[in-house]
Write a protein that binds this ligand. Structure first.
Ligand code: ATP
Ligand code: MG
Length: 552
């Protein structure tokens, strides 16, 4: 596994060995404008994991420089998700904690002749910026005096101008081959209430200016981010140097994690939530951490998956089946086995005495005998799966059909004698006979049957709802931040992504709690849904089926 070495680890190791650094401090810096997704888990595992390996620490810092999009709900969910993934932050900070210092550093740039107030509109600034092949043009306001800039910047802060009327720009180089250095905007006006600072500010720093200052204030040593920020690294270094920060954090970029059959940008996730394609940010079909949690994925599985996907600079799309592989691995020995019938068909065992019940012994997990045994009732009426009966079966069908004998898991062999139909010709009940000699565990070897079916006793069974999921988005999709229209991704939404079934479970499941996980024989791993489960009826989310073609 990649865990042993990666290029970031190599850099950190060299920095410590050469004496360039004597400690390691990283940070995970989400913007609280949505819920975290599995891509963020990669950043979390890298930041916390690497620091931990070198005896360092990691801060959780909310990058809240855009008041219009941010919200306390997101702050709370992000904290919950990071903790649930199993990480403990050192400091908990908000970029907004540093607004005063950022303002002072901007003033310092103005005084050094390295920043100016510009009156050009956003469109004009874009036009003046030039392209990769053409140098930019200088703004007519570029050469304002320091005094005028100081005064205008203060008036911006005091709320004397409307949104968009003025900006503060760094004065770097309009002909730089790196467009990020063509006098980037570092402050904008936004008359908006901030989730943390309220109405104290009406000017807000831009990410490219704010982020390096945040890192430097906290003494971050290695500022790990995704590759779309690679071209901003020279600006990052420029800001640290020219604002005269004491610390010198180093930005290092790694490739984003992408998954097949889903969307991963917060903007798109938000749209799916707001337009009610899904049942909230924690919908079990979403790749959000809260959705994965509600679906039943475990922190262990997510961490192992992220580590196996590896840390590299390249762009990669990882097959979602790989995530499923890791949750099966994690649950294999932990999840109790049980039986549930998702689409019930009544079976009457005509030669079983009426009113009698026997309690059969069954292992809770044959792969982990330490988990002990459970009791399962068996009596004259049971449910089996509708799919496990065919009146006119094809060749090699080994389940129930008239005249055929099968094994009931943990119980007896039964043979199908009669098929009862309603007036529409639908099969509503089977009449079978059982052979008392064939009791499971009795050592019976008289004859063999090929099919083993799961079942539940009809008089003791508890009702349950089962939710089966398919991918929410049907095509593999390459995400790009600047994808102008999102029509295409909504067109790919799978209308059959959720199937709800009403069936039955073993009575010993009555105490199962929300978030408990089970392996239902033949159906896969399921999680007790915390949102829809009631006193009367448990709801189970299928995490994954049992089979996979995936090979690591
Ligand atoms: P999105 O585009 O999905 O909204 P973002 O990058 O805007 O994500 P932030 O809240 O700014 O989200 O991200 C916090 C940290 O998580 C950043 O360092 C970012 O680079 C990292 N991150 C976000 N998405 C991914 C991903 N898919 N793979 C790896 N790291 C990611
Ligand atoms: Mg972002």
């Amino acid at each position: 596994m990649e865990e042993n070495s990666n290029f970031i680890k190599t850099i950190i190791k060299e920095d410590l060995e050469s004496g360039k650094r004597d400690t390691v401090l990283t940070r995970f810096p989400p913007e609280p404008n949505g819920y975290l997704h599995i891509g963020h888990a990669k950043s979390i595992v890298i930041n916390f994991g690497l620091a931990d390996e070198f005896g360092g620490k990691t801060n959780l810092r909310f990058d809240d420089t855009n008041p219009l999009k941010e919200d306390q709900e997101y702050v709370d969910s992000i904290k919950e998700d990071v903790e649930w993934l199993g990480y403990e932050w050192e400091g908990l900070f908000f970029a907004s904690d540093y607004f005063d210092e950022m303002y002072d550093r901007a003033v310092l740039l103005i005084k050094k002749g390295l920043a100016y107030v510009d009156d050009l509109s956003a469109d004009e600034i874009r036009e003046y910026r030039g392209t990769l092949s053409e140098p930019g043009k200088e703004s007519p306001y570029r050469n304002r005096s320091v005094e005028e800039n100081l005064e205008l910047f203060e008036r911006m802060k005091n709320g004397e101008f409307a949104n968009g009327e003025k900006v503060l720009r760094a004065k770097i180089d309009m002909s730089s081959p790196n467009i990020n250095l063509r006098d980037p905007v570092i402050y904008r006006i936004s008359h908006a209430t901030h989730h943390n600072t309220g109405d104290k500010w009406c000017i807000y720093p831009m990410y490219a200016f704010a982020h390096p200052i945040e890192d430097a204030i906290e003494g971050v040593t290695h500022s790990l981010c995704t590759t779309e920020f690679e071209d901003q690294r020279p600006l990052y270094d420029w800001v640290v140097r020219e604002t005269e920060m004491e610390a010198t954090p180093q930005q290092i970029e790694f490739g984003r994690l992408n998954l097949t059959n889903t969307v991963m940008s917060k903007r798109k996730l938000k749209q799916l939530v707001e337009e009610k394609y899904v049942d909230g940010w924690d919908d079990p079909r979403l790749p959000t951490i809260s959705g994965l949690r509600r679906r039943g994925f475990t922190p262990e599985a997510i961490r192992e998956f992220v580590k196996a996907a590896g840390v590299s600079k390249g762009y990669s799309v990882v097959d979602e089946q790989m995530l499923e592989h890791f949750v099966r691995e994690d649950l294999k020995l932990k999840a109790p086995r049980t039986m549930g019938v998702l689409r019930p068909l009544k079976v009457v065992i005509t030669n079983y005495p009426e009113g009698e019940v026997e309690w059969l012994d069954a292992e809770i997990n044959p792969e982990n005998p330490e988990m002990g045994t459970r009791k399962i009732p068996f009596s004259r009426e049971i449910y089996v799966e509708q799919d496990d009966f065919m009146e006119n079966p094809p060749a090699k069908y080994f389940r129930l059909f008239p005249g055929n004998e099968v094994r009931l898991k943990h119980a007896y062999f039964i043979k199908c004698d009669d098929v009862i139909k309603d007036e529409n010709g639908e099969v509503v009940e089977l009449h079978c006979t059982y052979d008392p000699e064939t009791k499971s565990g009795s050592g019976f070897t008289g004859r063999k049957v090929k099919g083993t079916l799961h079942w539940v006793d009809a008089t003791h069974a508890l009702p349950a709802e089962f939710r089966l999921y398919e991918p929410l988005i049907l095509d593999d999709e390459e995400e790009s931040e600047d994808e102008a229209e999102n029509k295409s991704f909504l067109d790919q939404v799978n209308e059959k992504s959720l199937e709800i079934l009403n069936g039955f479970i073993e009575p010993n499941m009555k105490d199962a709690q929300p978030q408990d996980k089970f392996q239902f024989f033949r159906h896969g791993y399921f999680n007790v849904d915390p949102k829809h489960t009631t006193e009367d009826k448990k709801v189970f989310n299928r995490i994954v089926s049992l089979k996979s073609s995936f090979k690591l």
